[in-house]
Design a protein around this ligand. Structure first.
Ligand code: BGC
Length: 749
């Protein structure tokens, strides 16, 4: 972790700038009881309108822009205590100026400044799906920490991240924002990201509040179309979609965001089942829930509310505490309370939850503590942040193919760097960037040129665009390829082909990029393909014929450097896919948690009256957990300390892993389980644990997993989380389709 600046430094700086507000008498953080007391005191003083005010959140683009009616209205609302939070106001100067307006209000309650800090603030880290491919929880936590450190130095209190939605449909553009398809991996990453953003405790100026979003099941939008309906069994909901949210809550995530989708007919924003029964009830969650952008008012077009007032009434009753940009609470809630249609106790509870966070952040003691010009400058220019971004990017790269050990490159005399993404910079940042100077992003071409040195010539040709049908650049690209020892071809999606509202029905590599590959392949030169995209793509020709394939996702500020590190073997790739890559679009949705069915395909090709397709296998192109290395690993000596477990007992599972190659490398050892017979049919494999280890050539390490009773459990038909006696299959491997060791285990009655 990077060191934080000392508190005395901030105070001194604030005093120097005259920024310390006259209200700042306390310097010691309040304890929980004192905070609740202060809130009770405030609630007693607040008018109904001021209470509703705390629930309103507006986007600040207009407030910091040129004069307009909207700007005047917003400033008036802020000055009269009608606004609790702003989003999209950033930078010390602007946040200071707007906070000063809030402090002109009667009760001087500070604003919360929020922003989508999704994968970096100024320094861009790989997109979250890419980081998930690292399976490296420490690196993921560090990435969130650096993002928080920069944002916090720039006046931000709160990020709308992490997105912990399980994403199993690559058509959905927002898979780029999550941790992939798997619940166990997703829950571990959710926890790492929350701790990274928030630190151990709120209140430090190198941390910001996190937000687990989108509650819930947004990732299951029908047909991968954004904002669509979600219909799913309770079992799926509890087993697959809720655990990452629970993990975030357990890690102390300060806020939740609800979602645009319906869940079994009810918009999540209006779902008291999700927000009151589960989150604030069963999970006893003390934070607050913000709506998604306009999602309260969207209950009207959904046909779930008559008008804004009806929507506001339903959202508050359902436990939505803060209204992002619907203006529904602001315009209707006070009247709803006066007329008895909304419950003032529920309003007070929402206000209390929001104020609690403002106290925990220390904003009542010092509303400007996140707005210090000197700190902003210093932190945003910290060179260590680029180091962390490079580390994260290297770890996120997945080696999908490496025929004839084409990689790492053996000091070629010349490299032809070809493709529409070879010199791209902006694309490498992916969707959701905040303050990044995209001219400062290292392209693949820059990274390779810098690394290659004097003895290797780099030649470039674009070949084609990402989209479109022009082949005009093919001939020059082929000529360039012919003059080189090896071709590095960079293809994929542009940055804005994934992200919010970027669902696609066709996830094959766009345009004529695969044709360009074929033209280059015809030269007979070895072709290394670097794919960059915000989702799993389909690229069968490349997968079949390329000499090597790297999946770089969108790797961020240091993407080109990290790719060069991997291409030259300065770093041995260890990334593993967090999502299944299908062979064709008809297989979607496809994930590794398949069921045996009553008619399994037991022999390849033997598909008559079997659960199969007649035109493609059931298997994916690349399986969940797949990722090669420049070395090889041998799995051996599996031991379980007991073959039979009494209820409540744990087992120790032990194995050895040896690096059998010539270079050091990292391996993610994956533990899968199958409950062979149960009261509900169980998947063929479920990831239950993993460990990322690094091994020198020839080195052997013993890996131990503890199989706790919890890992054998699932939601039964009564929706109880329970393990059932019987036999379990235990599988240890390097990918979900590369199981190296197996054993059985019995849970006794
Ligand atoms: C997205 C959220 C985001 C919010 C604020 C919405 O459209 O769904 O994920 O946090 O906008 O920008």
């Amino acid at each position: 972790m990077l060191s934080s600046n000392s508190r005395s430094f901030f105070l001194a700086a604030l005093l120097l700038t005259g920024a310390l507000p006259t209200t700042a008498q306390k310097t010691k953080p309040l304890d929980a009881a004192a905070i609740e007391q202060r809130i009770t005191g405030l609630l007693q003083q607040m008018t109904l309108e001021e209470k509703v005010g705390q629930l309103n959140q507006y986007s600040g683009r207009e407030v910091t822009g040129p004069a307009s009616n909207r700007k005047t209205d917003l400033l008036n609302s802020i000055r009269s205590g009608q606004v609790g939070s702003m989003l999209n106001v950033k930078g010390v100067q602007d946040t200071r100026a707007i906070q000063a307006e809030a402090l002109k209000s009667r009760l001087k309650i500070p604003l919360l400044f929020s922003l989508d800090v999704i994968h970096g603030y100024q320094t861009v880290f790989p997109i979250p799906l890419g980081e998930a491919a690292s399976w490296d929880l420490a690196a993921i936590r560090e990435s969130a920490h650096v993002a928080a450190r920069e944002a916090a130095a720039s006046g931000i209190h709160w990020t709308f991240a992490p997105m912990v939605d399980i994403g199993r449909d690559p058509r959905w553009g927002r898979v780029m924002e999550g941790a992939g398809e798997d619940t166990y991996l997703g829950a571990q990453i959710a926890r790492a990201r929350v701790l990274g953003f928030q630190g151990e405790k709120l209140g430090g100026t190198d941390a910001i509040m996190a937000c687990a979003k989108h509650f819930a099941a947004y990732g299951a939008a029908l047909a991968g179309r954004d904002y669509n309906v979600v219909d799913m069994s309770e079992q799926q909901l509890w087993e697959v979609y809720l655990p990452p949210f629970k993990a975030a809550a357990d890690a102390g995530v300060a806020t939740f965001m609800n979602s645009f989708n319906t869940l079994n007919g009810v918009p999540a924003t209006g779902s008291s089942y999700l927000q009151r029964d589960i989150l604030k009830g069963q999970w006893n969650y003390p934070g607050f829930v913000v709506s998604d952008w306009g999602s309260i008012a969207e209950m009207v077009p959904w046909g779930y509310a008559r008008d804004k007032a009806d929507a506001a009434q339903k959202a508050l009753a359902a436990g939505s505490d803060m209204d992002m940009e619907s203006d529904a609470y602001h315009t209707t809630l006070a009247q709803l309370v006066k007329s008895g249609q909304s419950d003032e106790k529920q309003l007070d509870d929402a206000v209390r939850r929001i104020l609690r966070k403002k106290f925990e952040l220390g904003l009542f003691e010092d509303p400007y503590k996140f707005s210090d010009l000197k700190r902003e400058k210093k932190v945003l220019n910290d060179p260590q942040h680029r180091v962390a971004a490079r580390d994260a990017a290297r770890k996120s790269i997945v080696l999908l193919e490496n025929r004839n050990n084409t990689l790492p490159l053996a000091q070629p005399r010349s490299i032809a760097v070809i493709g529409p993404l070879a010199k791209a910079k902006r694309d490498l940042a992916g969707s959701w960037i905040v303050l990044a100077d995209t001219t400062q992003i290292t392209s693949l071409h820059d990274g390779l040129s810098k690394r290659a040195g004097k003895n290797t010539q780099i030649r470039y040709a674009k070949g084609c665009e990402v989209e479109g049908s022009s082949r005009a650049g093919f001939a020059a690209a082929v000529e360039t390829a012919k003059t080189a020892d090896v071709v590095v071809l960079a293809v994929g999606e542009t940055w804005d082909m994934s992200g919010e509202a970027k669902s696609r029905t066709d996830i094959r590599l766009p345009g004529v990029q695969e044709e360009l590959f074929q033209a280059l392949k015809a030269t007979g030169k070895p072709i290394v393909v670097v794919l960059m995209a915000g989702r799993p793509l389909i690229f069968n020709t490349i997968a079949d014929q390329a000499d090597a394939v790297l999946y770089g996702w969108f790797p961020g500020s240091e993407g080109g450097t990290a790719l060069a590190d991997v291409l030259f073997g300065d770093y041995n790739p260890g990334g593993k896919l967090p999502s299944t890559f299908p062979r064709n679009m008809g297989q979607i949705p496809l994930n590794y948690q398949q069921y045996n069915t009553g008619r399994p395909v037991t022999k390849p090709g033997d598909i008559r009256y079997k659960s199969a397709y007649i035109d493609a296998p059931n298997t994916p192109r690349y399986a969940f957990g797949h990722g090669l290395s420049y070395t090889t690993f041998k799995y051996d000596a599996l031991k379980i300390d007991k073959a039979s477990l009494a209820a409540g007992q744990s087992a120790q599972v032990q194995l050895t892993v040896t690096n059998t190659g010539k270079v050091a490398g990292e391996e993610v050892v994956q533990l899968y389980l199958r409950d062979l017979v149960a009261s509900v049919a169980r998947p063929l494999k479920e990831l239950k644990d993993f460990q990322k280890i690094s091994l020198r050539p020839g080195e052997t390490k013993t890996v131990t997993f503890t199989l706790t009773p919890d890992k054998l459990a699932f939601y039964n038909r009564q929706l109880q989380w329970a393990a059932e006696p019987g036999e379990f299959q235990l599988m240890l491997g390097s990918a979900s389709d590369d199981i190296r060791l197996e054993s059985r285990l019995t849970l006794l009655p």
